[in-house]
Design a binder for this molecule. Structure first.
Ligand SMILES: CC(C)(COP(=O)(O)OP(=O)(O)OC[C@H]1O[C@@H](n2cnc3c(N)ncnc32)[C@H](O)[C@@H]1OP(=O)(O)O)[C@@H](O)C(=O)NCCC(=O)NCCS
Length: 186
């Protein structure tokens, strides 16, 4: 490894607070623009607004309800976040949560920060009595799918279509059971 490559030497995971909304919004937009090129129409990526995302996150962090959001602080600044809540689809049994979001700045990819964030999120869900969690991932998001599979999630056969400006984009369901308190490997 060269001296300029990022490392995991200084990473802190903590619960997100309302003043984090602007940083989370910036991570959200930068991650979308880097991860979804060629998957989500470019016009949709170009229109993403940090201000609108900031408003969303300010509201969510001020009035979280059952949602929980964690941030990853790398070398003193927010480099990623993950959020959980109740599944939007009411067909899931009681005890099922949803990993709604996990995004990192591109420069923080593939150094283990995502693993720390998702472990914190699923650990929190297990501690709060949830027995399993589901998520949706764009089928063409190979990076995301490899990541989820590496940390113990499995495709559960659910498929749904999203509509981005009239372009249909498929997403797949994944699931993790917290058997015996396990929230996934490593
Ligand atoms: C998906 C994401 C959160 C993963 O976080 P990350 O910090 O990059 O992942 P980690 O470094 O913790 O990787 C953990 C394991 O996942 C697997 N993995 C992660 N990225 C991978 C990739 N690009 N290709 C193959 N396997 C990968 C590996 O097994 C890795 O372990 P290893 O590095 O020891 O081999 C991050 O890449 C990201 O923000 N991507 C863009 C946004 C996104 O797609 N979010 C998911 C939306 S549903």
């Amino acid at each position: 490894m060269t001296e300029t490559e990022p490392t995991l030497t200084n990473v802190v995971i903590r619960a997100a607070l309302p003043p984090d909304a602007a940083d989370i919004a910036r991570v959200h937009v930068e991650a979308w623009r880097a991860a979804y090129v060629g998957i989500v129409p470019q016009a949709v990526l170009d229109r993403l607004s940090i201000d609108r995302r900031q408003q969303f996150w300010a509201n969510r962090l001020t009035d979280p309800g059952e949602s929980r959001t964690f941030v990853a602080i790398c070398d003193g600044r927010i480099a990623g976040f993950a959020g959980t809540g109740r599944p939007s689809d009411p067909e899931h049994p009681e005890g099922t949560a949803e990993l709604e979001t996990i995004y990192l700045l591109p420069e923080a990819w593939r150094i283990g920060v995502g693993r720390l964030l998702i472990r914190r999120s699923t650990g929190d869900l297990a501690e709060r009595g949830f027995s399993s969690a589901i998520l949706w991932v764009l089928t063409e998001n190979e990076r995301g799918r490899r990541f989820y599979e590496a940390v113990g999630w499995q495709g559960d056969g659910r498929v749904q279509m999203l509509d981005f400006d009239g372009t249909p984009v498929e997403e797949m369901g994944y699931r993790l059971d917290f058997r015996g308190g396990s929230t996934g490997p490593g």
